[in-house]
Unconditional design. Structure first.
Length: 154
């Protein structure tokens, strides 16, 4: 069974898809909908809807407050620039979970096909890099992912 955080994330992503890339939500209403505390909504938004995952989040507090989550549009000629931005954002090392998040976003943005994502995730997984000790493992994972993205950006 899926964790509550996964369910909330999927719900918000569905709202974003249904509203052409922008979801405006009220934290308390969403918490009531999922029968959870508002801090659970904050956790999901702050960990799963970040800039490096392709989302822009803005909020307004108070009685009429809201949280607006926008998906960054990446299409056509912008794709190469976006991928190169991600290459520079990765830095010298990246963990498996963050690498997976980037790759999943590439599928969501139609930059790569789901089958390509499976191959990319396999290439940077701990299952293949297990013989390499940390922190070298995350450095090698970053190099592999950046190399794949550079090839895609061309």
């Amino acid at each position: 069974m899926a964790r509550l955080s996964d369910i909330i994330e999927n719900f918000i992503k569905q709202v974003i898809n249904d509203t052409q890339g922008v979801a405006e939500i009220q934290r308390n209403e969403l918490a009531n909908h999922f029968n959870c505390v508002p801090s659970q909504i904050n956790y999901v938004i702050s960990t799963r809807f970040t800039n490096d995952r392709g989302y822009f989040v803005e909020s307004r507090r108070g009685g009429g407050g809201f949280i607006r989550i926008s998906r960054v549009n990446v299409t056509g000629a912008e794709t190469g620039g976006y991928l190169m931005h991600i290459v520079s954002a990765i830095g010298d090392k990246i963990g498996q979970q963050d690498a997976d998040a980037f790759i999943i976003n590439f599928v969501d943005y139609n930059i790569i096909e789901p089958r390509e994502a499976v191959v990319m995730r396999a290439a940077v997984s701990d299952k293949i890099l297990y013989r390499i000790a940390q922190p070298e493992r995350d450095a090698i994972r970053a190099d592999i992912l950046k190399n794949m993205l550079t090839v895609l950006a061309v």
